[in-house]
Each structure stands twice: as C-alpha cells, then as structure tokens.
Design a protein around this ligand. Structure first.
Ligand SMILES: [Zn+2]
Length: 479
C-alpha cells in the first residue's frame, strides 16, 4: 500500500513538473508596443517594380540574356542615385555586384548582407499576370523574383538611401553581395568569399535569404513566426547505374540492367536515416514550441520524457520530418528510349539532403552497401551540410532584437534549412551566418517561389524596408 502511494506521489509530481515546464514555454509578446512605421515613401514600390521587370533568368546550361544582366547594375544606379554616390562598387565574375558602404571605424569587423538577383525560369502560360510585368492586383505585386529575392535588394537600397538622407554613417563597413547565379549553384558567391579572404576581410555577421516571417509553420502553430536559418542541410545528387548486356524485350532474362536497377531501388527504399533530436533541432523545437497547441508544448517542454512522441508527431509533417534526419528521394529514372529494347544501362537519380550530423561520404557509403555489386553509385553534385552558426551570441541577438522591434507581435525561432542558399559559402569564413529575409511572407507568397504567380504584398514590402533600416542602424549600436 505504502509503495503504491509513493508511486502515485512520484507520478503526480512528475506530471506537475511537466505542466509547469509547458506553461513556462508559453509565448510571451516579444515587443512592448506597435512599431512606429518610419518609412512612408510609396514610390519605393515603383522602383521595386522596375527591378522586377528585368528578366534575369540565369540558365543552368546555355546562353543567358546578356542585355538583362548588363543593364541590371545601371538600373540600380539610376533608381538609387544617392546610395550609389556613397557605395563603392565592385563586380565579381562580371555580374556579381559587391557594394561597400565604408564605415567610420576601420578596425571594426564588417557586416555582410546577401541576396541574389537571378530568378528561376517561368512557365508563362500558367501565370495569371505577366511574370515580368510587376503588375499590382489586390495589394499584391506579381512578378518572378518578388519574393526570391529581389525584394531584399531593393529594400536594402531603399534603406541605404533613407539612412543617408538622415545623415547616418555606419561604424563598420557594410558589404552588399548581390549575386547573379545563386539558383544554379553558380560560382559568383564562392568568388566573393575568395575576394574577402584575399583582402583579409573577416565578417562579423552575414545575413542571407532563407527564413522569413511566416504564417502557420508546421506542428499546429497558428501564429506568425520569424524563422531564422542557422544551418542548412547538405546535398548529394546521387546516380545509381546498373549495366548489363542489352537485348530484345521479347526474350528477357533476369540480371538485365533494368532488373538489376529495380533490385537496387528496392534495397535503397529500405534505407531509413534515423531521426535525431540533436541540440540544433531541440532549440528549433523550443522556439516553435512556445506557439504550439498545449499537448505539443507539454511534450516539447519535457523532451527528456517525450522525445519518442515528438519524433512520431514530426514524422507527419514534411518540413519537420526533414529537419531531424537525412532524407533520400528518388527523382529520376532512365532506361531505354524504345519500349521493346532492353537497355545496356539503367539509371536512377536520388536527391539526398544531408542532416548537419551526417556527411556526403557517410551517405554514399550507406547507399553503396545497400546496392552491393549490382550497380555503381556516384555523386553527381555534392555539398556538405553547413556548420551550425552561433545563435547564443550578440550577433544573433542583434538580429532577433531588430525583428522584435519592427515586428513586435511576432515570435522568433531558429530553424534548420532544408533547402540550400549561397550563404553556405560564407560559412567558411564566418560563424555568424544567418538566413532571414526581413519580410512577412504569406503561404501564397511562399507557394509562388519557384512556382507560378509569385507575389509579394505591397505592405509586406514596405514593412521590410523598415526592417533593413532598423537592422543597419543597429549595426552601429550592436544591440
Ligand atoms: Zn533564392
């Protein structure tokens, strides 16, 4: 009887502790008051639209439209003359635009603001409005690149212009790196990083695209949350090739190349990378957890007890599943061009996204082991996962505090990026690389990125200018 009583007491205490911890995780309003809108020049939208009308599609292979790229920097200069009177202009690999706003203190470590002005191609027939027309309908600007990422470039140039008009001068150098071939994994940003290294420039803080203020991220969150990418998964585009004697399809034999490949695919399907709640995943969960429904908050606040339950829940959401494990996705199959010919070569292509704790070699080793001698396994393109940036430091707080002051009602969380950005190259020279665009992106805005009818709300664009004004101002105070 006494033992039963003691057990009941222990269970009651444990339950109370869990509930208290969950209550502590509840979201607190991050700012005190509404942010006072500072920027009120609506003509900024016209300038943004001019930038959006440039068809800066950088193809993976083949020719690009030289006129569109040649005229991009001159367009920026004509739209933001005051900024370009002050900014020092460098070009990298002809089309990479690297601007320097010289600081007063040559000893202070510089800040870097990144974006790209190339955009992915469009299927014009599926758009409701011309993709490079930058037409405004129902308060939204429709154009390819409106979200990804010309909004960053134009908002930053507006911020520079505005701050100059107020007599602002930065303490440290501020570099703006606007690249021309991010979407195709081009060589401009690596060359920018080499330029930094060659000139002994050691960035204190780097900010690129990636996260943003998003509505209803996964796990039952209903609020807007500012998601800051602190690392990104690696990539391994893996090709599995089976080879055997070709022949006529009327006399098939086991062991021809499609048969071997089918075996390999079945084996690879059985590979499951274990989900892991590493510290960077746990911290992301804690950031989001404050806004989750109570049952999830209870679990997240008590991960020591509920880690298996959390993993089970996360498995049901695409993005959440992908942040806690390496994923492997079959995307391509190649066989015979003719239906009645057994090909000598059959190939399967896998898009593998590598969690920060795994590596390219480890992933290839696992796939090779599964396939055995039946096929060869090669990486067509690979990139290791980025290191996890420091997010318990003054530089991260500077970004977080800027978000809190411009968007006071919005919570802030770290996140693991499942997609790639050019900032991974900067991770080689800075431990403070963050991925966040200072805008509020609706679900519709995000769906349009790389899709059809990409759009950004006019108000979201104008608010973003306030964000970059505040951010640059905070570089001076280091809050
Ligand atoms: Zn992008």
């Amino acid at each position: 009887m006494k033992i039963l009583f003691a057990v009941l007491i222990i269970i009651a205490v444990a339950a109370a502790v869990c509930v208290i911890r969950a209550a502590r995780l509840k979201a607190k309003p991050s700012g005190n008051a509404e942010h006072k809108k500072e920027f009120d020049d609506d003509t900024a939208v016209d300038r943004f639209c001019e930038i959006l009308r440039k068809k800066t599609v950088w193809p993976r292979n083949g020719e690009f439209d030289r006129d569109e790229f040649d005229s991009f920097l001159p367009l920026l200069k004509s739209l933001y003359p005051a900024a370009f009177e002050t900014l020092e202009v460098n070009t990298i690999n002809n089309y990479g635009i690297l601007l320097r706003w010289k600081g007063k203190n040559p000893e202070a470590k510089p800040f870097v603001l990144m974006a790209h002005y190339d955009v992915v191609s469009v299927d014009e027939s599926k758009w409701n409005y011309p993709p490079f027309g930058a037409e405004i309908h129902d308060g939204k600007i429709y154009a390819r690149g409106s979200v990804d990422t010309k909004c960053i470039i134009s908002a930053e140039m507006e911020a520079v212009t505005y701050l100059l008009s107020k007599g602002f001068a930065p303490e440290s150098d501020i570099w703006f790196s606007f690249t021309n071939n991010e979407e195709t994994g081009g060589d401009t940003t690596p060359a920018v990083v080499e330029f930094f290294k060659a000139n002994g420039i050691d960035p204190r803080f780097v900010l690129d695209e990636g996260g943003a203020i998003v509505n209803s991220p996964e796990l039952g969150v209903k609020d807007d949350l500012a998601m800051i990418g602190v690392c990104e998964k690696g990539i391994c585009d893996t090709v599995v090739t089976a080879e055997a004697k070709p022949g006529h399809s009327s006399t098939p034999m086991p062991g021809d190349s499609p048969d071997l490949l089918a075996d390999c695919i079945a084996k690879i399907r059985k590979i499951h990378f274990r989900p892991r709640l590493e510290p960077v995943v746990r911290d992301m969960l804690k950031g989001i957890g404050a806004y989750c429904p109570f049952y999830l908050r209870l679990a997240i606040a008590n991960m020591w007890l509920f880690a298996p339950v959390i993993k089970l829940v996360m498995k049901n959401f695409g993005e959440s599943n992908a942040v806690m494990r390496t994923t492997i996705c079959l995307t391509q199959l190649k066989g015979s061009d003719t239906i009645n010919v057994i090909p000598a070569t059959s190939q399967a292509g896998y898009s593998v996204r590598i969690a920060p704790w795994d590596s390219v070699d480890k992933v290839l080793g696992i796939i090779r082991k599964a396939v055995g001698k039946k096929a060869t396994v090669e990486a067509e393109y690979s990139f290791e996962p980025s290191p996890v940036s420091d997010y318990k430091c003054a530089e991260f707080d500077l970004l977080k505090n800027t978000i809190n002051s411009v968007y006071p009602q919005v919570g802030v969380s770290t996140m693991i990026m499942t997609g790639g950005t050019d900032s991974k190259h900067f991770a080689r020279i800075s431990k403070n690389v963050y991925r966040f665009a200072g805008f509020r992106f609706s679900g519709e805005n995000i769906a349009g990125m790389h899709g059809n009818n990409e759009s950004l709300d006019v108000q979201a664009y104008l608010d973003g200018i306030d964000f970059y004004i505040e951010l640059i101002r905070n570089f001076n105070t280091g809050v």
